[in-house]
Design a binder for this molecule. Structure first.
Ligand code: HEC
Ligand code: HEC
Ligand code: HEC
Ligand code: HEC
Ligand code: HEC
Length: 448
């Protein structure tokens, strides 16, 4: 992505508060503050009971303990960092976003989740509420400025708490705050996570619709047990681990070019897919792992099912957006020490389905899920915020088809981690479960 253009774009929007003396950010924060500079979430939860319970259910409290994160960090990233000088920084760096207290304590690698250390607090209350601002022009790679202490930053002026100071900090309410962890640049200079950048370039930023409006919606309630009722930001952070957040995020309609079709002719279907709900692309974030795909089937009058492959559009790199059974992800062989690793199937879904994705390539040009080992990208065929993509399916009814009504069903699915990689690395099945985003149907009448 365009790095220089972006810094110009973002420069005026920055709200970083002046940094106190003890502040440290980004790589320089490694080892800057011992664990006991921060209070535990349980300590905050004794008064902020609702937020504590909400946070516990959100991925934000599981960034370090979640099993797939543990597998990727300990089985792939750490051994890779120890073998390849170019990516050595990620051994500490992953924790800058997933276990910031360990990063700040210089505890690298942190103890495994089963050891129940403070790394398990993941992205905690006291960590977020003592971030004063960020350093630089673009928020990315944990360039937050952490200032632990009695003063808790929040969205409101003049609040009183019996145990801590409060200070209104506009930065907490900005999208840049989230961007410090939701934009990531690989050691090769590639934007391997760009949720904040996608949002910034899309229509919602201009309209003042921020991350928190969709992920921390305000509702009437109390922010602490002894507080007055008011509008308070719910700490939901629902995302791809919440089927309800994914449901309907893309709207679909489908129609045939003509309703009555001679059985010797082709049926031509158009499918419209509208990203109606997300402030960024779909999929966003961990795009190296995620796929969204469109599967279309016909059911004839006798109930026989036929699979329809998508019509290619002919753009450069399109082969990565149409499911196939080729192998990929060979660079997992480096950390796993498998010589001449052939890879695993790239997609693991029906061949011919359209995939909305952006492939990540390692320095050898092979597709990778190791975002830290990413040097370049293929075609970005994701659905942008408020973008509509149209796909065409041309179907020549086979000779065996039953005459009469043929029904077509289009299904848009989501998978957090491509199936064959999940299987290969023994990642718990829920990480590769198929989640329905939306579906549509239509019909034609076949005559002889
Ligand atoms: C003994 C109870 C208690 C504990 C423990 C507590 N708080 Fe608070 N906190 C409050 C009260 C009361 C308020 C004011 C709420 C109001 O008036 O709306 C508050 C306000 C806040 C605010 C809002 C500040 C603003 O300016 O908008 C933040 C942020 C906050 N607390 C964070 C924390 C964090 C982080 C912890 C744990 C490190 C914590 N609190 C522990 C009682 C507590
Ligand atoms: C207009 C509402 C809206 C705004 C604004 C918005 N999001 Fe989202 N976000 C969604 C929806 C809907 C989803 C679920 C669809 C998906 O996963 O892409 C989502 C998903 C996500 C996910 C999970 C992505 C995945 O597939 O793993 C992350 C992370 C995320 N948002 C972060 C952010 C951040 C950070 C910002 C601000 C820079 C932001 N969002 C702004 C609506 C929004
Ligand atoms: C990922 C960072 C993050 C984490 C983790 C987090 N918060 Fe917050 N919190 C925010 C942001 C951002 C806001 C302001 C949102 C807004 O104004 O819309 C906020 C607002 C608040 C407020 C003021 C609510 C209001 O609207 O007046 C309190 C109190 C608070 N948080 C306490 C907590 C506690 C307690 C925890 C842990 C259980 C916690 N937060 C975890 C980012 C975080
Ligand atoms: C200190 C780093 C950090 C900050 C700051 C941060 N996040 Fe996150 N966030 C993460 C990490 C790490 C994950 C991935 C959790 C996991 O392991 O799946 C995540 C996950 C998410 C998800 C996906 C949840 C899911 O169900 O898949 C959403 C949504 C999200 N964050 C929204 C936000 C918003 C909104 C803000 C700003 C108010 C924010 N985050 C600030 C680190 C951060
Ligand atoms: C700049 C911050 C940042 C850094 C550095 C970072 N991550 Fe993440 N990571 C995130 C965020 C934010 C998400 C959530 C994105 C989403 O929901 O799509 C995430 C998601 C993930 C996921 C997917 C979790 C899921 O639930 O599907 C894994 C696994 C992961 N990270 C591992 C790592 C490893 C290993 C490293 C180091 C090589 C690393 N991360 C470095 C911010 C970061």
């Amino acid at each position: 992505m365009k790095r220089i253009a972006l810094s110009i774009l973002l420069a005026p929007a920055l709200l970083a508060a002046p940094a106190p003396v003890e502040a440290a950010s980004g790589g320089a924060a490694l080892g800057a503050h011992p664990y006991d500079s921060y209070e535990t979430p349980e300590a905050c939860g004794s008064c902020h009971t609702d937020f504590y319970e909400q946070w516990r259910q959100a991925m934000m409290s599981q960034c370090y303990t979640h099993h797939w994160d543990e597998i990727e960090y300990f089985r792939l990233a750490v051994p890779h960092a120890e073998k390849d000088e170019k990516v050595a920084e990620v051994k500490a760096g992953c924790n800058g976003c997933h276990a910031p207290l360990s990063f700040l304590a210089g505890d690298v690698p942190p103890p495994r989740p089963e050891e129940n250390s403070r790394a398990n607090e993941s992205v905690s209350c006291d960590f977020c509420h003592t971030i004063a601002g960020f350093e630089g022009e673009i928020p990315y790679n944990f360039n937050w400025i952490s200032t632990p202490g009695a003063k808790k930053f929040g969205p409101k002026p003049g609040l009183e708490s019996p145990v801590h100071e409060t200070e209104e900090n506009e930065f907490m309410r900005s999208a840049e705050f989230c961007g410090t962890c939701h934009n990531e640049m690989s050691p090769y200079g590639a934007w391997v996570k760009a949720t904040h950048i996608e949002w910034k370039e899309g229509p919602y930023s201009e309209e003042g619709v921020l991350c928190r409006h969709c992920h921390m919606p305000a509702a009437r309630g109390k922010s602490a047990v002894m507080a007055e009722e008011g509008w308070v930001a719910q700490h939901l952070f629902h995302g791809a681990h919440d089927p309800g957040k994914l449901a309907g995020a893309v709207e679909i309609r489908m129609h045939p070019e003509t309703r009555e079709v001679d059985v010797r002719d082709a049926v031509v279907l158009k499918v419209q897919l509208f990203n109606a709900k997300a402030g960024h692309k779909i999929p966003t974030g961990s795009v190296e792992d995620r796929i969204v795909w469109l599967h279309v089937e016909a059911v004839d009058a006798k109930g026989k099912i036929y699979h329809l492959p998508v019509d290619p559009k002919g753009f450069d790199g399109e082969e990565y957006t149409i499911a196939s059974d080729v192998l990929a992800y060979q660079d997992m062989g480096i950390p796993l020490e498998i010589r001449n690793f052939k890879g695993v199937p790239r997609d693991g879904i029906p061949v011919g389905d359209r995939i909305f994705r952006m492939p990540y390539f390692d320095p050898q040009g092979r597709m990778t899920i190791q975002q830290w080992n990413t040097k370049s990208f293929g075609a970005d065929y994701r659905i942008g915020p408020r973008e509509t993509k149209i796909e065409t399916f041309t179907w020549e009814p086979p000779e065996t088809v039953a005459l009469g009504k043929v029904t077509f069903r289009a299904v848009l699915n989501y998978q957090k981690l491509v199936g064959p990689v999940a299987e290969f690395l023994d990642v718990p099945p829920e990480e590769s479960e198929v989640v329905l985003i939306n579906h549509a149907s239509t019909w034609v009448e076949l005559y002889d």
